[in-house]
Structure formats: C-alpha cells, structure tokens
Design a protein around this ligand. Sequence first.
Ligand code: PGA
Length: 235
Amino acid sequence: MKIEVLPSAAEVAAQGAALFLAEVRANPAIVAALPTGRTPIAMYQKLAAERTAGSFDLSRATVFNLDEVLLPKASPQTFFQFMTRYVWDPLGVPPGHRFIPDAEAADPEEECRRYEAEIAARGGLELAILGIGADGHIAYNLPHQAGARTHVVTLDPATIATLGGGLEGPLRAITMGVETILSAKRILLLATGGSKAEALRRMRDDDPTAAWPCTLFRDHPEIRVIADRAAAAQL
Ligand code: PGA
C-alpha cells in the first residue's frame, strides 16, 4: 500500500481534490464511492471552489455514498443531509446520479440488496474515496461487523458520538461491504489527525483481522493513502 505523508490536513484535502479532479478529467462519466465525515469536508470545499472557477464538471459522473445512518432523512446527522450540503449541489452532481442507501427504508436488508444492484447496474465502482475511523472502521465496516457486501450494522456508542447532536442509540446504519469497496479499481484513503495514527499503523502492519477492519483493505492492488503528519505519527 502506497502511503504519502503531507505536512498538514489542508494539504491532504488539496491533494485529495487534485486526485479526484484528475480522475474526473480522465473519465467524466466516472462512478465513484464517496465518504462523509469531518476529514473530507475540506476536500469537498476545495472542489466546490474549483467548480465555481469552471475547472471541472460532474454532470456525467455518478456518486455512491459509502454508508448511511438509519434516521429520518431530515435529521442533520444523516449522510443525506451531509451530501446535500457538501457534495451533490455544490459539486453539481445531477439528481439522477446521486446514490445513497435510503435512510428510511422499510426493509433495510432489502435496501442493501437494491443498493448493490444499483452499483452493479452502473458497471461497478471505478474509484472509492475513503476515510478511516480511530477504531479502524472503513465506511461502517465496524470492528467485528465487517461484511462482504452492503449490509446493516449496529453503531456502537463511540461511533454514534462522532455524529454529534447528542444522538442516543440504538442506531443502525447501512454500509457498503469490504468486497463492495475492494471491487473499486482504485482506492484513495484520506487520514488526518492523531486519533487515526494507531488505525493507520495497524492497517499497514497487522495481520488481517475483523477487530481492525482497515487491515482487510490493505492488499488492494491500487490503494493509495494520503495522511497528514499527525495521522502518520506511528508509521
Ligand atoms: P471522520 O470519520 O472523517 O469524521 O474522522 C472517518 C470515518 O468514520 O471514516
């Protein structure tokens, strides 16, 4: 796995944006999986600024969220709200090209199957951009809850707390599975901040283990990790 260490989180965001732009220029009809979370916000803001400057166009691209929490869609913690605010509108992804698991699905298991079918119907993922949790989760493949394909997980209290707003459990989520993500031709993982240092070290060094789901992604042939110095502190 290729790891690039940059001095600051701002540079990780800039590099992530530059790599995404290069992908879109190479294939304007790209099908990409995109993350939510604090880490990618600066990258999305940079991309939004580039779009305002007229330097790229996502009108033919298709984006799939890595995951979604099962809350009413109007809740500020849903990734539907995050994507509306930071990605879909600001980056100009057309309405028919925005995919996210339905947070209000009556049958979440059925929704997982439908979501996998949507990805397959668009020819699969060319690119997956990922974050990493302090506990090593990727998308919501949480410790001991990683699955092969899109599946339902139960969020632990620490993960619920990262969503903010004083949310209390129980709370479930839908996430792409390990194989869903590994099926992407290229993977770009962004990691910033000292809280990610242990997970990044284990991702690189530990034997694959369900306790640290990040270890299940390391052997992808085209995975590139971009970390700031704090996240790379244990490497
Ligand atoms: P964060 O989340 O960017 O908010 O740290 C990362 C993740 O959970 O994948």
